[in-house]
Design a protein around this ligand. Structure first.
Ligand code: CO
Length: 460
């Protein structure tokens, strides 16, 4: 049997270890080798890359994608998409979702992994439909979590629902790295038996389970695994590519990976890793094995956010209380999986409950969630919370995007000449302030280049 590998160095490993701060120029020289290494796909776009390009790197995310595509014509390029949330934190109207998906494919994406934080399939159906129409390979995603209402049966039901939408493969997404080897074996087996589709496992090494979890998943019939090149693996990133390749081959599985290419890729990233360590961008905290996450079931990224929030307010001594409050808030909300944006929402509310008093302040996002604007809660929302937010009002039960008016044409008109392409319009829809900042910087740069070229002409 052949096992395929998706390499995460350009997206999830980059995001989990160094906050997605790797500029295009840094990895450009190794793209040719990544293209020829025998990966099934290169995860390189979506997630936080779009936000980070505009916010920190002064890069056009679309241009980054086109450049990667040009350098990697032989390997599939993959992105992570938050369904109706696209790459942001709120629901967008359908016209924006469809255009975004279509342009992602046109600019170079081959595989789109689409998820909804609540596993509410109504929130991914439009993105899935458009991705299929655009000719992409669609990975329908199940967000894995542990709660009294999530079990094997519920995951199998979600997998069947995804198959009914027409997806070509099913990804089990364990964003917190809390899926045990046994759970991986049982879940992959049950899903493979229920739906005849390739299964992909995405996990993180955070709690130290990762390698074992991937191995047992493969034994249960998993077709594709997500791994990161070794010097950017482990900790809050994925298990190492070379290690999994070595072990699987010893067990007699076939892989397409070229070990010489993997060595070359790893050697290439080693000096950059050293640089990140020196600058503090890569912190030892994210590289360590953190078994606390098994107890709290809090994703690594969320834990570091809580620490940062409390530190900023000089209240780090309250961390233990916040960690204990987090599962209670999550239970009150009907056990949403702790993935973006739910992880942030639950964390902020738990912090506020500890610092200001239980539900004294309820965030706007949580209010909207209770109103039904994020979709269907997996379980029951607590009566207390419903009463506090809704009063006598009824929550929305339809798909929230059905209540949103189209925005593409309006945004195009608003931007006028400032948008140089339809991709600019989409960047603006996704992140208005960041896009604006990027447009200004681009304008500045052009003016400078113009002055330089005039100067050059004069001096000639
Ligand atoms: Co991940």
């Amino acid at each position: 049997m052949k096992i395929k590998f998706t390499e995460t160095i350009l997206r999830d490993a980059n995001q989990s270890l160094i906050a997605t701060r790797m500029p295009f120029e840094t990895f450009e020289p190794i793209l040719e080798t990544l293209n020829k290494a025998g990966y099934y796909s290169l995860e390189c776009w979506g997630g936080a890359t779009f936000d980070s390009c505009l916010r920190y790197l002064n890069e056009d995310p679309w241009e980054r994608l086109r450049k990667i595509k040009k350098a990697c014509p032989d390997t599939k390029l993959q992105m992570l998409l938050r369904g109706q949330n696209l790459l942001g934190y709120k629901h967008y109207p359908d016209d924006a979702v469809r255009l975004f998906v279509r342009k992602s494919v046109e600019n170079g994406i081959d595989v789109i992994r689409i998820f909804d934080a609540l596993n509410d399939l109504r929130n991914i159906e439009v993105a899935v439909d458009e991705a299929l129409k655009a000719g992409a390979e669609v990975q329908g995603t199940i967000c894995y979590t542990i709660s009294p209402i999530h079990d094997l049966k519920s995951y199998v039901e979600t997998a069947k629902g995804l198959k009914a939408l027409g997806v070509q493969s099913i990804c089990i997404k364990d964003m917190a790295g809390i899926m045990s080897p046994k759970q991986a074996y049982d879940t992959v087996k049950a899903i493979k038996e229920a739906v005849d589709l390739p299964v992909v496992l995405h996990t993180h090494s955070t709690t130290g389970l990762g390698f074992m979890t991937l191995l047992k998943a493969v034994e249960a019939g998993c077709d594709v695994i997500d791994t990161a090149i070794s010097c950017f693996s482990g900790g809050t990133a994925q298990p190492a590519t070379e290690t999994m390749n070595y072990v699987l081959k010893e067990y007699g599985y076939e892989t397409d990976l070229d070990t010489a290419a993997l060595t070359k890729i790893n050697d290439f990233f080693k000096p950059y890793r050293a640089k990140c360590l020196d600058s503090g961008l890569l912190n030892s905290v994210v590289m360590a094995t953190d078994t606390d996450a098994l107890g709290y079931q809090i994703p690594g990224g969320m834990l570091s956010n809580l620490v940062a929030q409390l530190t900023a307010q000089g209240k780090l001594d309250k961390l233990q209380e916040v960690l204990e409050e987090t599962p209670r808030v999550r239970a009150d909300m009907g056990y949403p999986p702790l993935v973006t944006p739910m992880s942030q929402m639950v964390g902020v509310q738990a912090t506020s409950n500890v610092l200001q008093g239980k539900y004294k302040n309820i965030s706007k996002e949580i209010k909207n969630y209770i109103k039904g604007e994020y979709g269907r809660a997996p379980g029951e929302i607590s009566e207390e919370l419903k009463k506090l937010v809704l009063g006598d009002e009824e929550p929305i039960t339809c798909r929230f995007a059905d209540t949103l008016a189209p925005i593409v044409e309006e945004t195009k008109a608003l931007l006028g000449d400032r948008a140089e392409s339809i991709e600019d319009v989409l960047s603006y829809i996704a992140f208005p302030q960041l896009a604006e900042k990027y447009f200004d910087a681009r304008e500045e740069k052009k003016k400078k280049t113009y002055i330089y070229s005039i100067k050059a002409i004069k001096e000639d």
